[in-house]
Write a protein that binds this ligand. Structure first.
Ligand SMILES: NC(=O)c1ccc[n+]([C@@H]2O[C@H](COP(=O)([O-])OP(=O)(O)OC[C@H]3O[C@@H](n4cnc5c(N)ncnc54)[C@H](O)[C@@H]3O)[C@@H](O)[C@H]2O)c1
Length: 396
């Protein structure tokens, strides 16, 4: 194994890249060597900071011989085209969630990466959060017997954060399912072993000024008999971070003075002004995330096993056993989102895939679509593209 840093190119220097920036800066195992962005000022800012090359197209980035792997952080609907370009040039791929919007695109992406012999990892996603990984490890050791039931909740201001117009159109990947549900689904699948079999769900689209799903409640069955409920609202009233010790999604402390800020910031803005406001949160323009004192999280999660219940917190896992209650900490390292970069480095340098492969991402995307379909038809939806967390099985 070579210890050379992975030479990474970045496609899309927007909000998602901003959220990964502290990780890239802090982790010596990864070196940013090139980027693709349509806006010249973003390319210049990238070249000034990293000394790499700014390309005007993802195809040119993928063809750059300096680049070994590409982090794709462009809007959802472009992921398929950009994954295809990276695979065509033999580059390993880290694509931000969701893998794609349509299942047909997801199929083509899995196929393209497989045919090119490159790793396709879907992340970051909150299934990479260290407390989730810790709970998964405890479950894999069967310390507490089988997982029987999982409850995942999250109440946020997602729908009122500044959006591009298509982020409010479901058919283009807008709404809470593709951007937020995908995190919750990934986490629950990881904790329950991955193979969901059936979904029953309802969704809510209650604000005509933001005409897409802002909420859902879903019941998910798994092949081994476990089941889970997933509840989400992005309507910016109740905030479930108060159930997480006032720790925000990115692991920072949340102050009560921030209540209502998302809605207030949108007051009086039309769609164009709102999209412009979103660009003020991107690379070269916006404030970077503050250093976090906890792990990231995606709302309260309870895992009920035969001999214990596990509560995930932003610091670790609280175990409620038969006769004792204890807390197992997930230590906070120097690199935020270290688990995501671990996955990338192991894939590129050791040819070892994480659980969150292209097939995994496609399976989670299938659940998003199943939630929408079940809500529309009122019927349970059977799942056909699911996979487990076991990599030998993945590669079979
Ligand atoms: N994992 C996370 O925490 C997280 C957070 C936010 C967004 N995301 C994901 O990241 C993706 C991007 O979302 P965002 O909120 O950062 O959007 P954004 O609009 O802030 O950023 C997208 C960027 O892509 C650029 N872009 C557009 N077309 C391009 C092209 N052809 N080539 C190169 N760059 C191009 C845009 O200029 C923009 O800077 C989405 O899929 C979203 O789900 C993930």
């Amino acid at each position: 194994m070579t210890s050379e840093p992975v030479r990474l190119g970045v496609a899309g220097l927007g909000r998602a890249f901003m959220l990964m920036l502290p990780s890239f800066r802090a982790d010596p195992r990864v070196c940013l060597v090139a980027a693709a962005a349509p806006r010249e000022e973003s390319r210049r800012a990238f070249e000034a900071e990293f000394g790499g090359r700014g390309h005007a197209s993802v195809d040119d980035l993928a063809a750059d011989p300096e680049v070994e792997a590409i982090y794709i952080a462009t809007p959802h609907q472009m992921h398929a085209e950009h994954v295809a370009a990276a695979a065509r040039h033999g580059k390993h791929i880290l694509v931000d969630k969701p893998l794609a919007v349509s299942l047909e695109d997801a199929d083509a992406m899995v196929e393209a990466a497989g045919a090119a012999g490159v790793h396709l990892i879907v992340g970051p996603s909150h299934s990479f959060d260290a407390p989730v990984a810790l709970a998964r490890e405890m479950i894999s050791r069967r310390e507490f017997g089988a997982v029987r039931m999982v409850q995942a909740f999250n109440y946020t201001d997602f729908l009122y954060r500044p959006r591009r117009p298509e982020e409010l159109r479901t058919e283009e990947g807008g709404g809470v399912l593709f951007s937020q549900g995908i995190h919750q689904i990934d986490i629950v699948r990881l904790l329950c072993g991955g193979r969901a079999t059936q979904i029953t769900a309802m969704t809510g689209a209650w604000d005509p000024t933001r005409p897409t799903e802002g909420a859902y409640a879903a019941l998910m069955r798994f092949a081994d008999g476990a089941f889970a409920t997933l509840t989400y609202s992005g309507y910016a009233h109740f905030d479930s971070d108060i159930w997480m010790g006032d720790v925000a999604e990115l692991g920072g402390e949340k102050s009560p003075e921030g209540y209502g800020r998302a809605r207030r910031a949108l007051e009086g803005l039309d769609a164009e002004a709102e999209a412009k406001l979103k660009t003020t949160r991107t690379y070269g323009a916006g404030a970077e995330p503050a250093k976090a004192s906890h792990h990231e999280h995606f709302g309260p999660i309870l895992v009920l096993c035969d001999r214990a219940d596990l509560r995930l917190t932003p610091d670790g896992v609280e175990v409620f056993g038969d006769t004792e209650r204890r807390f197992v900490a997930a230590p906070l390292g120097a690199v935020p989102r270290e688990t995501v970069l671990d996955a990338l480095v192991k894939a590129v340098r050791e040819d070892r895939a994480p659980a969150q492969t292209g097939r995994w991402g496609r399976a989670s995307l299938e659940v998003c679509h199943a939630i929408l379909r079940s809500a529309e038809t009122g019927a349970a939806v059977d799942l056909t593209r699911q996979c487990g967390t076991n990599q030998e099985e993945e590669h079979a």
